[in-house]
Design a protein around this ligand. Structure first.
Ligand SMILES: *Cc1c(COP(=O)(O)O)cnc(C)c1O
Length: 379
């Protein structure tokens, strides 16, 4: 199988798997227990917390472990909205966020908050001028993703951070797709809350973290014990947390791989454009991180290309994994102003650290044969 769906999830790294086995075998006690076995589990969590903090330039006390990116986004947005309600009722986000942000904002809109959605301009970029105009003295929170999961678009997070420099507005970023693609620190970007997920960086599923800058007011969204400094109750998933930390440790060995993935992606797009007339790379001229190719095929629906590739042992996605199950046209491509036909005929290829040149060449060959076949059918 050729796996080109790394934006949906990544396979678990070998050493992460070994680390998790080790933890399963020798750590079982509840980290909240006072006895020495419990304290052993507790130490493991605190070591992992330090690794997460170091990766993004925060302090260990600013990291809360969660059940994944979705929960991190929910906790950040609902938690901050409720805790800061006395200062205002206005929240700003963009039209190209993950559903874990968009639907959380919908929920808040139904509960008395006002939400503004920043548009994508005619160049495909976030409309920064509109963002600046939209800020008002009731704005309490801005939530913007760092890297878009359908196109790889790198949003102008640093510019937004600058814009908020002298304002009392909480800045949250969903950095789930950015974590292993670019180097950044929360201080340099002036971010107050940052969502992370383990399974997008070769760690286990069902584990994530939320960075919450010291001093940021936030309420819990779950109720129970006093774990995670009262911010996220529930007995910690020790095995997954240790696996996440191991995945972060491994991540640093693969930084040189980014250039390789970028050139593989360039090769892929260049060859396809040469072979298939009228093919288009969606968001081609946007600042993009390596590994994402969202491609419009003029001859067949994305759905049928996906099926045909699958029959040939190649795994890809139409839109994001979450929205492809629901068969709705991608809200990201819609926000970029694309027609229904263009959205319907688009496929997302996302490369990973193990993707080889041979796999890319094979995928190009298979796409060419799918194209030739569809031409024959038309004739
Ligand atoms: C995958 C993803 C999420 C959801 O994270 P889970 O850990 O799967 O809940 C949120 N935002 C973005 C940008 C993602 O790619």
């Amino acid at each position: 199988m050729i796996y080109l769906d790394h934006a949906a999830t990544t396979p678990i790294d070998q050493s992460v798997r070994m680390r998790m086995d080790e933890v399963n075998n020798s750590f079982f006690a509840n980290p909240s227990s006072i006895h020495s076995l419990g304290q052993k589990s507790k130490v493991l969590i605190e070591q992992s917390r330090k690794i997460v903090a170091e990766t993004i330039g925060g302090k260990a006390g600013e990291i809360v472990f969660t059940s994944g990116g979705t929960e991190s986004n929910n906790l950040a947005i609902i938690g901050a909205a409720k805790a800061n309600r006395k200062n205002g009722d206005h929240i700003i986000t963009s039209r190209i966020e993950h559903p874990a942000v968009l639907k959380t904002c919908n929920y808040l809109a139904e509960n008395g908050f006002r939400i503004s959605y920043i548009d994508i301009d005619n160049k495909g970029k976030l409309d920064l001028a509109q963002l600046e105009e939209t800020i008002c003295n009731k704005t309490i929170l801005i939530s913007l993703m760092m890297v878009n999961n359908e196109t790889g678009y790198l949003l102008p997070i640093k510019e937004v951070g600058e814009l908020l420099k002298d304002r009392q507005i909480i800045f949250h970023s969903d950095a789930i797709q950015a974590l292993d693609k670019i180097d950044f620190s929360v201080d340099e970007l002036r971010i107050d809350m940052l969502s992370l997920s383990s399974h997008k960086i070769y760690g286990p599923k069902g584990c994530g973290a939320l960075y919450i800058r010291q001093g940021t007011l936030i309420e819990s969204i779950l109720f129970g014990g006093s774990q995670e400094a009262h911010r996220r109750p529930g007995t910690e998933n020790i095995t997954a947390i240790a696996g996440f930390a191991e995945a972060l440790g491994q991540m640093h060995h693969y930084q040189n791989n980014r250039r390789r993935i970028r050139s593989l992606g360039n090769l892929f797009e260049k060859r396809l454009k040469a072979i298939i007339p009228n093919l288009k790379i969606n968001g081609e001229n946007l600042p993009r991180v390596p590994g994402y190719s969202n491609i419009y095929f003029p001859f067949m629906s994305g759905e049928s290309i996906l099926m045909n590739l699958d029959l040939q042992g190649i795994a890809v996605s139409t839109g994001s994994a979450c929205s492809s199950g629901s068969q709705k046209p991608s809200h990201v491509l819609q926000a970029m102003g694309f027609t229904k036909d263009l959205i319907n005929n688009s496929v997302r290829f996302s490369l990973g650290r193990d993707t080889t040149k041979e796999e890319i060449l094979r995928t190009i060959d298979v796409l060419k044969s799918i194209y030739d076949l569809s031409l024959k059918k038309l004739a």
